[in-house]
Design a binder for this molecule. Structure first.
Ligand code: FES
Ligand SMILES: [Fe+2]
Length: 408
């Protein structure tokens, strides 16, 4: 993070710790219509105009470090093979053979020099080119060059592989904007995968994500965990272009200590992390579907995926420094680290099923958000910008009010 921005974060924390009145000039936020969380209509708008055109984090580059290694991305009703070619490039293809649509890859991950469809053995190279068709003469006028695997846009940012279903998306780093600038010192490209957690939750994906965009709930639902480590009163928020956001909570413990209660932190400390990320827990909200509470002790990407309008999945992908072979399966540090997160996640998820039931019923009308919850509202404003306001029925829109309070 640039020095002037780090100084602004510290100044805002000091201001928030003192503040006991509503910030002057900040608007009372309009109600978020509950149908944005419950209607098939809004879910379909998201599918058509959001998920189909946005960069989506898919996996770690170190999971496909070797030539020919691949991983399957199975989300949003799509199946995409992400693989590293012999030239070292990471590419993504729809997992659909261009003969009759059978998958060219059958397992979650693996390694292959060629992608061979198991139905009739059409064979593709790692650039997606069709290179062999058994009994090709039986296809008459047929050009293999026209039957390569369908490409999906793919890019790597600091060790994270993203895909985008748009034809010609803006470059990933451009879409990430200030998030990419701020997080450059975290050296994420040099970190390694340390573990994963996975949850399936019976609520709209945005209800689950909302729990990670505010610290208003910290004292109430995390009294023995997060609240002992971080001071929610001093929360500093930055609303960033593109629907992204930053939330910094000052640490209560010494900045040198492991944030999540692990003692062996020095061995795993990420070198060169600036003071702003040591003194505070800075959680970034990255549009549209993940948050990352970066920390020199290691940290996860917390990613949310819709399954249906009332059900979602949440995946935590942990990365960290230290010996490459140390992971949640082999080392006490990472096992404890991931287990502590699991406790906190379950605290965050405890009301979501009930919240969805309330949204579905006539029990309440929508979300009443306060100043501390403005990142949720900011995300909703961006949903409307991306979906296109003309596509959204008037009763489902949110009024854009936060632009003047965003970082320029
Ligand atoms: S469907 Fe793949 S070779 Fe026939
Ligand atoms: Fe929480």
């Amino acid at each position: 993070m640039r020095n002037d921005r780090a100084a602004a974060v510290s100044a805002q924390i000091a201001y928030e710790l003192e503040r006991d009145t509503h910030p002057e000039g900040f608007p009372t936020l309009p109600l978020i219509p509950k149908a944005r969380y419950t209607s098939q209509e809004f879910f379909d708008l998201e599918m058509d105009h959001l998920w189909s055109k946005t960069w989506l984090v898919a996996c770690r580059a170190d999971e496909i470090a070797e030539k020919g290694q691949y991983r399957l991305f199975r989300r949003l009703g799509k199946e995409v093979v992400i693989t590293r070619g012999v030239d070292g490039e990471v590419r993504a293809f729809h997992n659909a053979c261009q003969h009759r649509g059978a998958p060219v890859v059958g397992s979650e991950c693996g390694k292959a020099n060629l992608l061979v469809c198991r139905y009739h053995s059409w064979c593709y190279d790692l650039t997606g080119r069709l290179i062999r068709v058994p009994e090709e003469h039986d296809f008459g006028e047929f050009d293999k060059a026209e039957h390569g695997l369908k490409k999906v846009a793919c890019d790597v940012w600091d060790g994270w592989v993203f895909v985008n279903f748009a034809e010609d998306p803006v470059p990933l780093v451009e879409e990430l904007g200030r998030v990419a600038e701020d997080l450059a010192p975290m050296t994420m490209g040099e970190l390694r995968l340390k573990g994963r957690l996975h949850y399936r939750i019976k609520c709209n994906w945005k209800a689950a994500l909302d729990a990670f965009l505010e610290a208003y709930h910290v004292n109430a639902i995390h009294p023995k965990t997060v609240a002992t480590l971080l001071d929610g009163k001093g929360t500093a928020i930055g609303l960033l272009k593109g629907g992204h956001s930053r939330m910094a909570l000052p640490k209560k413990r010494s900045a040198a200590g492991g944030t999540w209660g692990t003692d062996d932190y020095e061995k795993y400390d990420i070198e060169g992390v600036p003071e702003v990320f040591r003194a505070n827990n800075c959680a970034y909200g990255v549009f549209p579907n993940f948050v990352t509470p970066v920390d020199s002790a290691g940290f996860p990407f917390v990613v949310f995926w819709p399954v249906s309008k009332g059900e979602c999945e949440c995946e935590l992908i942990f990365v960290g420094a230290g010996p490459e072979e140390d992971t949640a399966e082999t080392s006490e540090y990472w096992r404890t680290f991931v287990a502590n997160y699991d406790v906190i996640q379950n605290e965050d998820f405890q009301f979501l099923e009930h919240i969805q039931a309330s949204l579905e019923s006539g029990a309440f009308d929508g979300l009443t958000l306060c100043h501390q919850e403005r990142r949720i509202y900011w995300m909703h404003e961006e949903f409307d910008r991306r979906i296109g306001i003309d596509h959204i029925p008037a009763a489902l829109r949110v009024a854009p009010v936060l632009e003047p309070f965003s970082e320029s």
